[in-house]
Design a binder for this molecule. Structure first.
Ligand code: KIV
Length: 262
């Protein structure tokens, strides 16, 4: 059993900041395991790992494939499965999808995008012993409805709606909420309005924790860099430099040398 559980994360409200990062495979999950509190197998993998335009087309089977790989690499961090678009429109569909995820992968919880409009569905999942992480604010699965990735909390109406969403999710029983792309002061108010942790992405530092997409944070995804991303590594550049050394060594005959031969 992982050291980080749904309950241990929930108890971190107003405690030490929660650190969450995405992972999509065994190798990186193994590096991140135990160092971060939560590993999210995010549907962001559809574009930041698989090169698609957005998150919408990924299937539950593809998500499960990646989650199984992550679970093989990570034993201590809490692993959360991001429910893809189109698999939780009704209570029955959501339950069927969540049971499939739990039976086929080792994830400990699922994440669902949506506020009060999803509260009843989320409540019914929690009644079936499926832990749920909420996700409000900028919701990538609502890209086409919203006409793009739009920052939220820009006026009083949006602020009121976001706070209502957070409270509805708390009442439904989620153990924490991701708050994405929300104005910093509004995200702080949302955080203060609920008794469960709020984990921010592009929402400032008045929240209970942060999440980043690993390929953004480590400089492997270079198609664009959102304002909120801090790059901790020039991963792609470092790989390119290492690749050049390998190519040079092969071409010059330096690789393999005697100690690298049988
Ligand atoms: O899919 C994802 O990686 C996410 C995070 C950005 C929160 O939902």
């Amino acid at each position: 059993m992982a050291n980080n559980t749904v309950e241990s994360i929930k108890s971190r409200k107003n405690g030490s900041p929660i650190v969450m990062i995405t992972a999509y495979d065994y190798l990186f999950a193994k590096i991140f395991d135990g160092k971060v509190d939560i590993i999210l197998v995010g549907d962001s993998l559809n574009h930041s790992f698989n090169g698609k335009d957005d998150t919408l087309s990924i299937t539950i089977e593809e998500m499960i494939y990646h989650t199984k790989a992550v679970c093989r690499g990570a034993k201590d961090s809490l692993i959360v499965f991001d429910m893809p678009f189109g698999y939780y429109s009704t209570k029955d569909e959501a339950l069927k999808s969540a049971i499939k995820v739990f039976k086929e992968s080792g994830a400990s919880a699922i994440k669902i995008e949506g506020g009060k409009e999803k509260a009843e569905i989320i409540k019914s999942l929690i009644e079936e012993k499926i832990s749920v992480m909420g996700h409000i604010g900028l919701m990538p699965q609502a890209l086409r409805r919203d006409g793009g990735y739009k920052i939220k909390g820009k006026n009083q109406n949006e602020e009121d709606m976001l706070i209502e969403d957070a409270k509805a999710l708390e009442d439904a029983g989620v153990f924490c909420i991701v708050c994405e792309g929300v104005k910093r002061d509004v995200a702080t108010k949302i955080t203060q309005s609920v008794n469960i942790p709020v984990i921010g992405i592009g929402s400032g530092n008045g929240v209970d924790g942060q999440v980043l997409v690993w390929s953004d944070a480590f400089g492997f995804f270079r198609d664009f860099k959102p304002k909120f991303v801090r790059r901790y590594l020039d991963g792609a550049q470092q790989v390119e430099e290492a690749l050049e050394r390998y190519i040079d060594d092969v071409k010059s005959g330096d690789f393999p040398n005697i100690s690298e031969s049988y």
